[in-house]
Design a protein. Sequence first.
Length: 366
Amino acid sequence: MDEEITIMIAGGGTGGHLYPALAIGEEIMKRTNKVKVHYIGSEFGLEANVLPNKGLSHTLLPISGFQRSLSVNSILKNLALCVRIPISIKRIKSLFDKMNPKVVIGTGGYASAIPVKIGIKRNILTIIQEQNSYPGLTTRLFAKKATTVFVGSEDSKFYLDTDINVTGNPIRSGIEKGSKKLGFDTFQLNSSLQTIFLFGGSQGSEPLNKAIHSILNIFGKNNIQLLWQTGEKNYNSLKHLETEKIKIKPYIKEMNLAYAISDLVISRAGALTLSELLVCGMPSILLPLPTATADHQTKNAMTLVQAGAAIMIDQHNMDINYLKNTVLELINDKNKLSIMGKNALQLAKPNATHSIVKNILEVAQI
């Protein structure tokens, strides 16, 4: 009997890094029964709940991202890294000694840097999957020494001095195949009304929550309804606003159903979010996170704007009346929504996960 091969996938912190890791892992397991997939994440990321709940083999590191704020809490967190980084390095070295991985895959986030670095140092096949137009720190540091670098956007070539493989981003399986009927039933919304879906990524967004809160009166006066993912942090202060036409959730697992019932999405411009919007053919209003490293969310959004698949609004210069008018004009113009949706599908790369995993298994000769 052939010996089981271990592939380690490191990434997380937010859904933007975790879900590509899960998509790659699931595709690997579909294609071969010779492989054990082991995930590496952070004790402080979304994966700390998701991986155990899915019953997946995993290791969580006591590591968090560097805090750029000068608050006392941020300074203390940064000081704690002086202890947490050496502990995480020791834990990964021990894990590699025990499991002897044939392949290490990094999908970004603060939990991926140490496994990727040690994988390269030990001459293990090391793969990087970068979602953003402007590559994250782990990618910029280690791309040159990695075995292969897969990127979601052609624009990444301007920032990386190495060969890249432009595949698009791995997304959740079946994200574009949600049932409208099941979606309307699940979220208790009216199938005869136009539906707007607002979310700020897996953690929610306070500025987006405030923006939609300021124009909630449009949902009472018009034949439109709202599905609103607030994020866990803001849910308790906003849940009282729920009505028959406004459904409020802290976190939505059934994203395929949410996309299926939506006519227009309002969201941030994280790379994974945009990849899902494209594959689902969703027209969108994008408000890029202004504090994103090197303003990469604006770079992500511009690709969709230039293709006529989205409208972008700058959070710093956002005028509430402009937001209200933009939402109403779009949601009431079915022809424009249809054109934007078709333009989104033209940009989509629905076979990204398949292409990435096929390449990985070939390189690893599995």
